[in-house]
Design a protein around this ligand. Structure first.
Ligand code: NAP
Length: 352
């Protein structure tokens, strides 16, 4: 077992940063060393800097930790760090993550570097072979560290369900999302905008859902990722649910598998995290529910400690080939839990 790595969390006070703190409590490989956030929070202790929103109490030792400003010098002064989790806002993450990557492995939840040609966009069960971009990136950029990114929260659960369908000749995907409020961060959407309402627009979300899966499902040719030959169309909507994105997915396949065959493909789907028994890996990355009215966010988002994607209502579609619903916990599998699993994969592969 690898020795414990000391980690810094950038944007530790936000919805995703808090989830990182919660999930890293008692982690066998990682321990929290430095918490960083904006100028507004720097200099305060964590308890004073953040409005703790997790279901479990704020751990005492974290409450008293100082929050430092998000820059390399402040983080270096605050502790001896081995790797960095970044939950920075997308528009800030670009140059800041690059500065950190010159020195440290950076696991990013932000969108800034996801589509860079030499940066892997990882879902550990789906495309672990894309970690081969890391040595290429380090050499090209002359960095001691690197940047590894995770997909957008609604893309992760979709791509996890598309991967086992590739064997049937996946050609087209239409997806319509019902996305939780915590996906917009904190304080996020104003209460008067969302009570008694659905908002049929989430800025930049559809573009991300239409292009990120092509990279994730693409193949590594020894130098770069060649995108998958699939066309996607997404429509994204914010709904009055705290956590858990629900998606209605319609797929066109070249072959004509039966519903039971598709169910079995979802059930059998496992990857390197399960083989390597990584600490955050769920036993079943995809859980199939047979009830007519599942999955539902309130009842199913915590499946596999929030790391499993729950699929249900798998049926034939008269326009496409097959349709189903899928649900994932957006701040666990879709954010902090996914980031931690990616870091575990890299540690297990000896990349950091
Ligand atoms: P959030 O709740 O709005 O939190 C924003 C965080 O960014 C806070 O910690 C804030 O610190 C920090 N921050 C703001 N301006 C900063 C600055 N100038 N320098 C340093 N830190 C700064 O947002 P979130 O939901 O946690 O999202 C964080 C990132 O994860 C975003 O890139 C988002 O797209 C991505 N993401 C979110 C989800 C989700 O479900 N929420 C899922 C996947 C990916 P202060 O408290 O000090 O202002």
């Amino acid at each position: 077992m690898p020795s414990k790595r000391k980690v810094a969390i950038l944007a530790a006070t936000g919805a995703v940063g808090q989830r990182f703190i919660q999930l890293l409590q008692g982690h066998p490989w990682f321990q929290i060393e430095v918490l960083a956030a904006s100028e507004k929070s720097a200099g305060k202790n964590y308890k004073a800097a953040c409005n703790w929103l997790m279901e479990s109490p704020l751990p005492k030792e974290i409450a008293e930790m100082p929050v430092v400003h998000t820059d390399v010098e402040s983080v270096e002064k605050a502790g001896d760090v081995d790797l960095v989790f970044s939950a920075l806002p997308g528009d800030l993450a670009g140059p800041v993550e690059e500065e950190f990557a010159a020195l440290y492995p950076v696991f990013s939840k932000a969108s800034a570097h996801r589509m860079d040609k030499d940066v892997p966009l990882i879902i550990p069960e789906v495309n672990p072979e894309h970690t081969a971009l890391i040595p290429i990136q380090k050499k090209r950029r002359g960095w001691k560290g690197f940047i590894s990114t995770d997909p957008n929260c609604s893309t992760i659960q979709l791509a996890m369900t598309l991967k086992p369908l590739m064997q049937f000749g996946l050609k087209q995907v239409v997806v319509s999302t019902m996305q939780a409020l915590s996906g917009a961060g904190y304080p996020g959407v104003a209460s008067l905008d969302i009570i008694d309402n659905v908002i049929p627009f989430i800025s930049n979300e559809e573009d991300k859902m239409e292009c990120e899966p092509l990279k994730i499902l693409g193949t590594f040719d020894g130098e770069k990722i060649c995108p998958a030959d699939v066309v996607l169309s997404a429509s994204c909507h914010r709904v009055n649910v705290k956590d858990g994105h629900l998606e209605a997915v319609f797929v066109k396949l070249e072959e004509n598998p039966g519903i039971e065959e598709i169910e079995e493909a979802f059930r059998q789907f496992k990857g390197e995290p399960q083989k390597l028994k990584l600490p955050s890996a769920p036993e079943n990355p995809i859980v199939v529910r047979k009830e007519q009215n599942r999955p539902q966010p309130r009842y199913d988002r915590d499946e596999g400690r929030g790391m499993s994607v729950v699929v249900g209502r798998i049926r034939k579609d008269p326009v496409m080939s097959v349709k189903y619903m899928c649900l994932g916990h957006n701040t666990i599998r879709g954010a902090a839990g996914g980031g931690i699993l990616s870091a575990e994969l890299m540690v297990a592969k000896g990349l950091c």
